[in-house]
Ligand binder design. Structure first.
Ligand code: 13P
Ligand code: SF4
Length: 322
C-alpha cells in the first residue's frame, strides 16, 4: 500500500492497550513501516519499537532502513535528521510538538549572527539542533562521538561548539581543545540535584554513578562513567558493579532492567524532588498517538530540499568520521 492510499484508510479506534498494540503491529506490516525509538520514550513505546538507540545509532538506522515509512518516536530534531538522511521515505512523528530545549533555544538567525562574531571557527554542532542550524555548521556530532570527532580537527583552527555548553565543556576537558560555546543547556539534565546525588552515594556506597555528558559539571565530577545513552547501557552491562545511580532521563532504566534483571538502577530526582528528570518533550509521544499517526499517516516531517541538502553535508561528514 502506498503512503497516499494508506492515508485514506480509516480504522476503528482501538480502546485497550492490547488492542492498540495489535493495531500498531498490523499497521506496521500494511505500511511497510519501521518504528524507531529513543531510550527516553515511555516503556510501552520502547516495547513495541523495532529498534531503540542513541542519536547516532538512530541516525544510522534511519539512513539504512529498507522500510517505506519511518515512524520516529523521539523528538523533532531526530525525525528531521531521519528525513535529511532518507528523503524518499515518509517520516512520521507521533507528536510534532516534541521539541528539545537545546534545539529550540538556538534559533538559526541568532546562531548565524553568533558565527559572524566568531569568524574562522570550525563550527561543530550537537545533533540536538534544527536543520537550519545544521546547515550553518561544518560538522555534526552526538554525545557518543563528540570527543572522537573534535580530536580529529586541525589544531590551528579555533572551534565553536553549539548548542549544549555542558556537553561542550566535557568535550573540552576530554580533548584538551579550547572551545567557544553557544550558551545552551538541556532543561532535563540541568535539574539533577547534587544534594540528592550525594545522599544517594552515601546510602549506596557500592553503586557506580553513570552520567550523560549533558549534566552540569559539578555532577559529572561526582560520576564514575560518562557517556551517551547507549554507552551508559553498555557500560552497566559490562561492569562488575551490581548497583548504578543513573544521571540521565530515567526512560533508559527500562532497558537496563530488562537486560540486567539482577542489577539495581537508581534514578536521581530533580532539585526540588520533582519528577522533572523526565524529558517533557520525549514524553509527549504516547502509544495512542503512535497508533493515530500510523493510521492517519500524519503528521509527517516535511523539509525544503535546499535546506535538506545543506544540512546533509555536516551529517554525512560526521558519519564518515565516526
Ligand atoms: P543520546 O544521543 O546520548 O541518546 O542523547 C540524546 C539526548 O537528547 C540526550 O538528552
Ligand atoms: Fe532535548 Fe534534554 Fe529532552 Fe534530550 S532530554 S531531548 S536534550 S530536552
Amino acid at each position: 500500500m502506498t503512503a497516499a492510499s494508506a492515508a485514506e484508510t480509516v480504522s476503528p479506534v482501538p480502546l485497550s492497550k492490547t488492542e492498540l498494540r495489535s493495531a500498531i503491529n498490523e499497521l506496521r506490516n500494511e505500511r511497510n513501516a519501521v518504528i524507531l525509538a529513543h531510550y527516553y520514550q515511555d516503556p510501552e513505546i520502547q516495547d513495541i519499537a523495532d529498534f531503540i538507540g542513541d542519536s547516532l545509532e538512530l541516525s544510522r538506522r534511519a539512513a539504512d532502513t529498507n522500510a517505506e515509512v519511518i515512524v520516529f518516536c523521539g523528538v523533532h530534531f531526530m525525525a528531521e535528521t531521519a528525513k535529511i538522511l532518507s528523503p524518499e521515505k515518509t517520516v512520521l512523528i507521533p507528536d510534532l510538538d516534541a521539541g528539545c530545549t537545546l534545539a529550540d533555544d538556538c534559533p538559526a538567525d541568532e546562531f548565524e549572527k553568533f558565527l559572524n562574531e566568531h569568524p574562522n571557527h570550525i563550527v561543530v554542532s550537537y545533533i540536538n539542533c534544527s536543520a537550519a542550524v545544521k546547515a550553518l555548521s561544518d560538522l555534526i556530532c552526538t554525545s557518543s562521538n563528540a570527543v572522537h570527532l573534535v580530536n580529529q580537527l586541525p589544531k590551528d583552527r579555533p572551534i565553536l561548539f553549539a548548542p549544549d555548553q555542558n556537553l561542550g565543556r566535557w568535550v573540552q576537558r576530554q580533548s584538551g581543545r579550547e572551545l567557544t560555546f553557544w550558551p545552551g543547556r538541556c532543561v532535563v539534565h540541568e535539574t539533577f540535584s547534587e544534594e540528592a546525588l550525594l545522599k544517594l552515594k552515601i546510602k549506596h556506597p557500592q553503586a557506580e554513578v553513570i552520567a550523560h555528558p549533558e549534566c552540569l559539571e559539578n555532577l559529572l565530577d561526582l560520576s564514575d562513567f560518562i557517556g551517551s545513552t547507549s554507552k551508559l547501557l553498555r557500560h552497566s552491562e559490562t561492569s562488575t558493579s551490581k548497583e548504578f545511580i543513573v544521571l540521565t532521563e530515567p526512560g533508559i532504566i527500562h532497558q537496563m532492567k530488562l537486560k540486567m534483571p539482577n542489577k539495581r538502577f537508581i534514578e536521581v530526582p530533580g532539585i526540588d524532588g520533582c519528577s522533572c528528570n523526565q524529558c517533557p518533550y520525549m514524553r509527549l509521544n504516547t502509544l495512542e498517538k503512535l497508533w493515530v499517526c500510523m493510521n492517519s499517516m500524519e503528521p509527517t516531517l516535511e523539509m525544503d530540499d535546499e535546506l535538506r541538502l545543506k544540512a546533509l553535508v555536516p551529517i554525512e561528514r560526521m558519519l564518515e568520521m565516526s
